[in-house]
Ligand binder design. Structure first.
Ligand SMILES: [Zn+2]
Length: 316
């Protein structure tokens, strides 16, 4: 798909400068002169105009946790640091409110227009470079936060390689940041597209079917299995279209198109609340927010990107 990498989080060619990660002394020097994206409990620092909030390495808001090197942006070193230990005065404001956490946490040491925000709320406003930096930072910090102990022997592990490994001092195992592959698919039958909805989603919202790839499975097999498990629909040819890093918390969404070979829907109520076929004409209304019953998902998600390009016949 020619437009594949124009999806939100589709990448900007960031120079990750991986060869520099092993040089701890040089990293320390680059950190002192670099810019840091603070992330608080999964929320990046954002400026009101929809840009990331970068601070200098000596900023008072940064804590003691080791920084992670993100790469070089036009030659300037970019880092991220987890500052989740900070306790805001109004702690109740940190609770997620439904699909997206709409609360913004302001730090007293920062300008008034800076706040920690749910990345989902601003992802479609960021430049491709900032989107790649934010997705990378959020995903890798989440991995550190949830992998503090060696999976081999259980001892506490330590961050190494500027944040791109964890090393176990007890058994010397090396651990690397994980990305979980997920398939998400346009399932088509003539003029119709298959949509589904999960119970926790906002009322009326439908989207493409999706699911995790299992060990030992190809992407194509995962598409066919998930579609059949969730809706009872059988599919034939499957073709890859585009991928999207999705740092909520650590997935790689692999967008595909699958040709349905059956039509009768039998939903698995454990996975889906409802599934239905929509015509192209109905999908136009859904995407325009004018359908009487069906609502589209959030802008920036690969589902919206795939459905929009399906309607525009730009899947080549
Ligand atoms: Zn170990």
């Amino acid at each position: 798909m020619r437009l594949a990498e124009t999806v939100t989080f589709g990448g900007s060619g960031l120079d990750r400068a991986a060869a520099l990660r092993v040089d701890a002394r040089r990293m320390a020097g680059m950190f002192a002169e670099g810019l840091v994206l603070p992330i608080w409990r999964g929320k990046p620092l954002v400026v009101a105009q929809g840009a990331l909030g970068w601070v200098a390495a000596d900023s008072a808001i940064l804590g003691a946790k080791p920084p992670v090197f993100l790469g070089l942006d036009d030659g300037q070193a970019r880092f991220t640091q987890d500052i989740s230990d900070w306790e805001p005065e109004m702690l109740e404001a940190s609770q997620p409110a439904g699909f997206v956490d709409a609360n913004r946490q302001r730090h007293p040491a920062l300008p008034d227009d800076h706040a920690f925000e749910d990345l989902r709320g601003v992802m479609a406003l960021l430049t491709p470079r900032e989107a790649e930096l934010a997705a990378t930072a959020k995903a890798v910090l989440h991995w550190h936060g949830s992998h503090g102990f060696c999976a081999n022997c259980g001892a506490a592990s330590e961050m190494s390689h500027a944040g791109w490994q964890r090393s176990c001092p007890a058994c010397h195992a090396q651990h690397f940041p994980r990305t979980d592959p997920v398939v998400i698919m346009l399932v088509v039958r003539g003029n119709k597209l298959l949509l589904g909805r999960s119970a926790p989603w906002p009322e009326g919202m439908y989207s493409l079917l999706a699911g995790f790839v299992e060990p030992g499975e190809t992407m194509e097999a995962a598409v066919r299995r998930e579609v059949f498990e969730e809706t009872g629909i059988t599919t034939g040819a499957v073709r890859y279209l585009a991928s999207q890093p999705w740092p909520f918390p650590a997935s790689l969404m692999m967008g595909c198109i699958a040709e349905a070979t059956s039509e009768e829907i039998t939903i698995d109520p454990a996975e889906l609340e409802d599934a239905l076929w929509v015509t192209r004409e109905e999908l136009v209304e859904v995407m325009a927010g004018q359908h009487p019953r069906i609502k589209a998902g959030r802008k920036g998600a690969i589902a919206q990107f795939l459905m929009g390009n399906f309607l525009a016949e730009r899947l080549d």
